[in-house]
Design a protein around this ligand. Structure first.
Ligand SMILES: [Zn+2]
Length: 307
């Protein structure tokens, strides 16, 4: 079974330390987030993950995109929309993903990297409209157009997949039919595998999610146990399930045995061939030690079953 992460990792930006870095800093060319990406990449590889991320270290999932999409901004801890949303002139995440690819090629070539986009529904519903738009619906479609451009930048890289994060869908605020149209604005135009990550309880929307034009539906099955019920006698319609099997809401590290039990339950319900193993959600808010050990134990559990 393939192992991956949802995306974010505890961020450790670091100031310049070597002479070269200090000189770069004088000229405004030092990037304190590069050491944070390196730390995330190295930890994920050491833990044994097959498909890693760049760690999404530059901010939270809303901030990273709201700061870079024309028409949006991120001010005092929240996203605002002040004007017409336009596609970003420069790629938002591509440089960091490229850097992650370069790093992993030096350490372990057969590891793959994924690109990650915060979904248009989640971005729209996490923002305060201060201008131009009257409704979240029009806003969602325009954000999707902007993110389509980012997805097209990403798919040119040597990556295994693109993941779209839409936690907002589990809240029921967004009409699921509209969400499908909005998300397919992006996925219909991209030819590499797409995973849709929705954390929280998906009991009420899972059947609908299976109709989306994506390849993997990625959900929480450790911290949100009721999600397991939806896998009983389900017709996956050719999709794979991203099987979140590590609780990301607590620093307590689950034992290999405990994680193995969860994975075996998943196998019993949908079969090994339909599962991609990952944590419930991003690891950004955990202690580094917990994040690392959760990944390490998860990989051990998956390997213990595969072998
Ligand atoms: Zn999540």
């Amino acid at each position: 079974m393939l192992t991956t992460v949802v995306g974010s990792y505890p961020p450790y930006p670091r100031g310049p330390t070597s002479l070269i870095e200090k000189i770069q800093d004088i000229f405004g060319m030092y990037d304190k987030y590069k050491p944070a990406i390196e730390l995330a990449v190295v930890d994920q590889i050491k833990a044994g993950i097959d498909i890693i991320s760049d760690g999404q270290v530059r901010g939270n999932m809303i901030e990273i995109f709201a700061k870079k999409i024309p028409g949006m901004d991120f001010v005092n801890g929240s996203a605002i929309v002040y004007g017409k949303i336009l596609p970003p002139k420069n790629p938002i995440t591509v440089e960091d993903v490229k850097f992650a690819i370069k790093l992993k090629n030096k350490i372990k070539k057969n590891v793959k990297v994924k690109g990650i986009i915060t979904g248009p529904c989640t971005l729209a519903y996490s923002s305060k409209i201060e201008g131009f738009y009257k409704s979240k619906e029009n806003l969602m479609f325009d954000i999707a157009e902007a993110l389509k451009v980012e997805a097209k930048f990403l798919e040119k890289l040597d990556i295994a997949m693109i993941q779209i994060d839409e936690p907002i869908l589990s809240t029921g605020i967004v009409n699921i039919k509209t969400a499908k149209k909005v998300i397919e604005t992006i996925t219909d135009e991209v030819s590499i595998p797409i995973s849709l990550h929705v954390c929280g309880s998906i009991v009420d929307i899972f059947e609908k999610l299976l109709e989306f034009n994506v390849d993997i539906i990625d959900c929480e099955f450790a911290g949100t146990k009721e999600n397991l019920n939806i896998l009983e006698d389900v017709d996956l319609k050719g999709k794979k399930i991203g099987f979140g099997c590590v609780n990301t809401k607590t620093n307590k590290v689950e034992s290999v045995e405990e994680i193995k039990k969860r994975i075996l339950k998943g196998i019993e319900l949908i079969g090994k061939e339909n599962m991609v193993i990952d944590p419930d959600c991003g690891l950004r808010n955990l202690k580094r030690e917990s994040a690392f050990n959760k990944l390490k134990n998860m990989v051990r559990a998956a390997h213990a079953i595969s072998n």
